[in-house]
Design a protein around this ligand. Structure first.
Ligand code: GDP
Ligand code: ZN
Length: 324
């Protein structure tokens, strides 16, 4: 890989000049990137040792990457999953690698924006992550109702957890779930309590909570750095500033038509056309589900609304591309 070459040359040049063993003859040590600080990544090895390893600034490594380290040379192991976000211009950025689950955090206050949960579930599945819904602020009025609503809409598709990051009530089932050795991250709109939840689950973290976080965080701790944290009972969480706060999850039509929550039975039978958008195509397994009542009309309408939105955004993005 490109970033290794200068290091290799360096070791080759010094070989024979000193007593240091050539890096290439050292057995590689396997580790995971737990933080990324521009010109260095922090690697945690299997024996628990942790140390920085220098990398090129745009090496492309991210938190969660499995790496083989030989002296100062670092090689990335192919990833099983990649979590991306798009910036304001629609350019995708890799946020973290090798995650298993994405926790979609919602709360009675602020309520989830329309379509947010569906988008987040589709985005997670498209990235081969298992989505889960976390209803936070169980101590507030309206949490029970939101939880019932979530179970009603999504209970058949994804696990739903009701908890309070503030009182710690209900944290254990989520801890047990993650303790299966799963690596996860949270996503949700600002104010739902993602930082509070990370603080409650990861004792080594101390994130500032509340609306003033971004302003206060500058210089206090490096808020833009993604970090990976081991949970005391097992499992890991990635704190992804800049990702966790985004309110609108970007998805494309091709992902929406196969991953919309509630379409699972239809995806097993399949529609006649591979690229069926489930509007009025003949042999559509989704509209068949709606006609038998197996898929609620409300869910189908939510899908159609999201489809129009995503389709329009995609068309707009394509037009912009042609212009530039
Ligand atoms: P984030 O923007 O999603 O990271 O949310 P924060 O963790 O910064 O929390 C936003 C606000 O919600 C803060 O005032 C927290 O104290 C509050 N909060 C977080 N979790 C809970 C909870 O379980 N119950 C209640 N009542 N408030 C909470
Ligand atoms: Zn269809």
């Amino acid at each position: 890989m490109a970033e290794e070459n200068p290091l290799r040359r360096k070791s080759d040049n010094t070989a024979g000049c000193g007593n240091a063993p050539r890096e290439s003859v050292l057995p590689p040590r396997k580790g995971v990137i737990v933080a990324h600080r521009g010109v260095a990544v922090e690697v945690r090895f299997a024996d628990g040792e942790q140390r920085p390893v220098r990398v090129k600034r745009n090496s492309g490594h991210v938190v969660g990457d499995t790496v083989l380290v030989r002296g100062e040379a670092l090689e990335r192991v192919p990833r099983s999953t990649e979590l991306r976000r798009r910036d304001g211009r629609g350019t995708p950025h890799l946020v973290a690698a090798n995650l298993h689950v994405l926790g979609v955090v919602v709360a009675p206050q602020p309520p989830p924006p329309r379509g947010f949960i569906d988008r987040a579930i589709v985005a997670a599945r498209a990235a081969a992550l298992r989505p889960l819904i976390i209803v936070n602020k169980a101590d507030l009025d309206g949490a029970g109702e939101l939880d019932r609503h979530m179970r009603n809409l999504y209970g058949e598709s994804v696990p739903v957890f009701l908890l309070s990051a503030k009182t710690a009530k209900g944290l254990d089932p989520l801890r047990r779930f993650l303790a299966e050795g799963l690596r996860g991250a949270f996503v949700g709109t600002t104010g739902v309590g993602k930082s509070s939840l990370l603080n409650a689950l990861c004792p080594d973290l101390d994130l500032t909570v509340g609306a003033l976080r971004e302003a206060r965080g500058v210089g206090r701790h490096t808020t833009t750095v993604a970090t990976l944290h081991r949970l005391p009972g097992g499992g890991e969480l990635i704190d992804t500033p800049g990702f966790r706060d985004f309110g609108l999850v970007d998805i494309v039509v091709e992902e929406l038509i196969v991953h919309f929550p509630g379409f699972e039975p239809a995806m097993m039978v399949r529609c006649r056309f591979r690229d069926c958008r489930h509007r009025s195509e003949p042999g559509c397994a989704v509209t068949a589900l709606v006609s038998t009542g197996a898929l609620a009309e409300e869910r189908y309408q939510a899908y159609l609304e999201l489809l129009s939105e995503v389709d329009a955004a995609q068309g707009e993005a394509r037009r912009r591309e042609w212009k530039t």
